[in-house]
Design a protein around this ligand. Sequence first.
Ligand code: KIV
Length: 294
Amino acid sequence: MSSTSSSPSTNRAPVTVPAVRSRKVRDGAEPLVMVTAYDAPGARIADEAGVDLILVGDSVAMVVLGYDDTLQVTVDDLAHHTAAVARAKPRPLIVADLPWMSYHVSPEDTVRNAAQLIRAGAGCVKLEGGRKRVPMIEAIVDAEIPVMGHLGLTPQSIHAMGGFKVQGKETDAAMQLVSDAKALAHAGCFALVLEGVPDVVAGMVTAAVDVPTIGIGAGPGCDGQVLVYHDLLGIEDRVAPKFVRRYASLKDDAVAALSAFAADVRGGRFPDDTESYHLSADTADALGLYGSAG
Ligand code: KIV
């Protein structure tokens, strides 16, 4: 176990970018744990669970806002959710996603959008794509904003990829991923998300860069793992990607709880006496309610 790891209950010092940057498993570090969250209760739960990073992902579009892909959310949407997470003052590092079209137009536009997410409370931003993003990454880093890269299955490229498809399955594509990862690390990314790539390829990328890789559907050979909050808690149960492990069935629990509430209301069992406010006997008497109001 790394000297940088610690029990969530004993260490309340905020997780910093340099601390994450140094977490390579090959150097003896404990794997990084990242989970998405989009609001203050989610941030508090992630914090109490002792995760290292909270990602305010553009997955908010699909798991919270009901869209079919991540392309529908804006910088304002991400800033709104980042601010909600930040208000919980969580110990984990807050990573905010730069949404589609927020870093594709010009370096000036990109830096302004990244700054909006930092002002909302993020400690760094994340963007998708390979070496063609290097000028934007350099501009953001130049503005003193730490950047996390995201390679492999990049959901903002859903139309270009022809769907949510595993990437890097052919030799050339695998080599391209390794070369993109090196370019991103060289440009200043302090960590890289690897999504939807074969385990061996993720291992090659992880071995090729000095910054930690955080995998989702990328096998166990990364320097950390990330899952979407609603997937791992079983709140989102309509799709079950192979890489998701469900640690709870909160949607089932919630349906059961709301059904019990509905049955109690309809059956006259809610609220009961202990769940109601009462007048003092004198006041009830004065109001002529004594005996009828109880
Ligand atoms: O938006 C998101 O949740 C993500 C993760 C899948 C890494 O980018």
